[in-house]
Design a protein around this ligand. Structure first.
Ligand code: NAP
Length: 278
């Protein structure tokens, strides 16, 4: 890849940002298509977010991804935000459309694509999401429209109640659960809590209650103890969060370039970067 004075700049605003494996997949995608774009990491401290967003216009960047801790705070700094990002209350992709900054959220659609790729169709199924934070809201927006029933559980009752209420405006199939006692009824169980990121974390659900017929998903990229337990000891189909990361990136790539992404090249680059980081 040759950087020139005409190269269109994209990247990631985050704090921290150095750990990100997104540059590998996007730069491989641009190179495969032979288009003059690049993707960089930008360490943007919370107090610098407004100036950094102004910089997208001032320096004519093509667009950026936005990650922790900026996904919510970026919204008032944009010129427009699409319906799904407004519902989710978070933006992960910004497009600079000739000086107009448009916000999108590709996390939810990314997760749905990862399920599809794994051969899992939530249509007409009973889905349980553990965790009612930002990621749960993003995937819940789509799952509520597809599933026969979407059950949510979180230790934060206020957040749980608000998410169930909001999702019921999208579809009447969402409900908040008081406990995980009914988890045996679910066809698909999804961990949308950070439990499993750190060694020694407790499991988000009781693995003893997981059954072979259930699909178990984790939004965390790596093979968490939950996924290991569900697959190795219970024989369940499992889906990790790497697919969601990948597909949200593919969708962002297509928003910036207006071109179909070279998915096989990008997937290989992401997998290699992930292996190196392990
Ligand atoms: P978040 O906003 O912090 O939400 C997590 C929620 O889970 C919080 O409400 C938390 O409650 C709750 N929780 C914690 N322990 C729980 C338990 N034992 N039972 C039930 N609920 C519990 O986090 P997030 O941004 O939604 O992210 C969630 C996970 O998704 C993270 O692991 C993140 O890495 C992952 N993620 C992956 C992708 C991807 O592309 N694959 C994208 C986004 C996020 P408290 O706040 O009270 O602790």
């Amino acid at each position: 890849m040759m950087i020139t004075a005409k190269t269109k700049i994209t990247g990631l605003f985050g704090y921290p940002v150095e750990h990100s494996i997104s540059p590998a997949m996007h730069n491989a995608g641009f190179a495969a298509l032979g288009i003059d774009y690049c993707y960089l990491g930008f360490l943007v401290a919370p107090q610098a977010l407004a100036s950094a967003v102004q910089g997208i216009k001032a320096m004519n960047f093509k667009g950026v991804n936005v990650t922790i801790p900026h996904k919510e705070n970026v919204i008032p700094l944009l010129d427009e935000v699409n319906e799904e990002a407004r519902f989710i209350g978070a933006v992960n992709t910004v497009l600079n459309r000739d000086g107009v900054l448009a916000g999108y959220n590709t996390d939810g659609r990314g997760f749905m694509k990862s399920l599809e790729e794994a051969g899992v169709d939530p249509a007409g199924k009973k889905v349980l999401i553990v965790g009612a934070g930002g990621a749960s809201r993003a995937i819940g927006y789509y799952l509520a429209q597809k599933a026969e029933r979407l059950t949510l559980f979180d230790i934060d009752r206020e957040k749980l109640g608000k998410l169930a209420e909001d999702l019921n405006k999208v579809s009447s199939h969402a409900e908040a659960a008081e406990s995980l006692s009914g988890m045996e009824e679910a066809d698909i169980i999804i961990n949308a809590t950070p439990l499993g990121l750190k060694p020694g974390d407790p499991l988000p659900v009781d693995i003893a209650k997981v059954q072979k017929k259930q699909v178990v998903c984790d939004l965390i990229y790596k093979n968490t103890p939950l996924l290991q337990g569900a697959s190795a000891t219970k024989g369940c189909t499992t889906v990790n969060g790497l697919g969601m990361l990948f597909w949200q990136g593919v969708l962002a790539f297509e928003i910036w370039t207006g071109t179909t992404a070279p998915v096989e090249t990008m997937k290989k680059a992401l997998a290699e970067a992930f292996e190196k980081q392990k």
